[in-house]
Design a protein around this ligand. Structure first.
Ligand code: PMP
Length: 307
């Protein structure tokens, strides 16, 4: 092959031809709204503890492959009687989803989502050789059990994604609907609760359904309310067998010593990391109300953004 080839010269997988890398613009602007972060940085005291934890980590050794301490802290944060064996984590919930699809998707299988929804899902599917199929939400962007179970019957997916609060609509799917879906399928049902802490009813979480449904995966992230997008830590809660499946497909040592150390400090300061969530909820409600006064049609939002 000639030096300095173009993509067209390389034996690229056919389904990647013409694809562009994920491209939410990274702009240097005073108010950045496009990736739904928490705009408030950690306090000086938390940053000092993070620096100390980074200094104390052992860099000549591989990190704990099972990141047991961090999983224990995540389980404690979630509550609901969860333990280390129920929790898995990776570099953002993006990577967690890649583990889930690596384990439960794959060639000849389908993952189903309800559109409009998070734009990365088709990329996780493509990267794990899983077919991506969708069903449109109702006109008001809600999801009900009849719609979801009808789409499951039509597509026979091995993984179903229910995003609540949903990106980009901010709409919530009631727990009763999630439960009806779980009762009606043996597919893995991932409830992506990336924005759950911003909900008007944060306690109404699919975590409460875990004791009853072995096919339920609740996905969470520290990137949003937890003000830790730069730390890259996403996680899930599920039955121990689901965690074991993720452990099969993860790369060894995927969570670095630094990530484990800093995330652990962030979790130890959970109250402080989450301190601005009430303010952000109020700011969201103000934004929705004033946008309506300006004549815009705005969907009620349980997230830190509004459509
Ligand atoms: N799920 C949803 C619904 C999201 O909106 C996002 C981020 N925009 C993610 C997952 C991924 O977040 P992260 O990889 O930072 O954990």
């Amino acid at each position: 092959m000639r030096p300095n080839p173009t993509l067209a010269d390389l034996p690229l997988r056919p389904e990647l031809v013409g694809e562009e890398p994920y491209g939410a613009p990274q702009l240097d602007v005073p108010v950045c709204l496009n990736v739904n972060e928490n705009p408030y940085p950690p306090s000086a005291a938390t940053l000092t503890d993070m620096a100390e934890a980074i200094r104390a980590a052992a860099y000549h050794r591989y990190p704990d492959r099972e990141f047991t301490r961090l999983r224990g802290q995540l389980a404690d944060y979630l509550g609901h009687g969860l333990g280390v064996e129920n929790v898995w984590a990776a570099n953002g919930s993006n990577e967690v989803m890649t583990h889930v699809l690596g384990a439960f998707g794959g060639p000849g299988r389908r993952v189903l989502s309800f559109t409009p929804t998070y734009s990365m899902y088709p990329e996780y599917a493509r990267n794990t050789h899983t077919a991506y199929v969708t069903a449109p939400r109702r006109a008001d962007f809600t999801l009900d059990a009849e719609l979801a179970l009808g789409a499951i019957a039509e597509h026979d997916p091995s993984v179903v994604l229910i995003t609540t609060p949903n990106n980009p609509t901010g709409t919530t799917t009631p727990l009763a609907v999630v439960e009806e879906v779980l009762a009606g399928t043996d597919a893995i049902v991932v409830v992506d609760e990336a924005y759950q802490e911003f909900s008007r009813t944060p306690g109404a979480t699919a975590l409460s359904l875990l004791p009853r449904y072995g096919n339920l995966v609740v996905s969470r992230t520290m990137s949003k309310a937890f003000a830790f997008a730069g730390g890259r830590l996403g996680y899930l809660a599920a039955a121990p067998a689901v965690v074991d499946a993720c452990r099969i497909v993860r790369l060894p040592y995927h969570l670095s010593a630094q990530t484990q150390a800093v995330a652990s400090v962030a979790l130890a300061h959970a109250d402080e990391m989450l301190a601005r969530v009430d303010d952000l909820r109020a700011a969201r409600d103000d934004l929705v109300a004033s946008s309506r006064e300006l004549g815009f049609e705005v969907v009620d939002s349980d997230a830190n953004f509004a459509l």
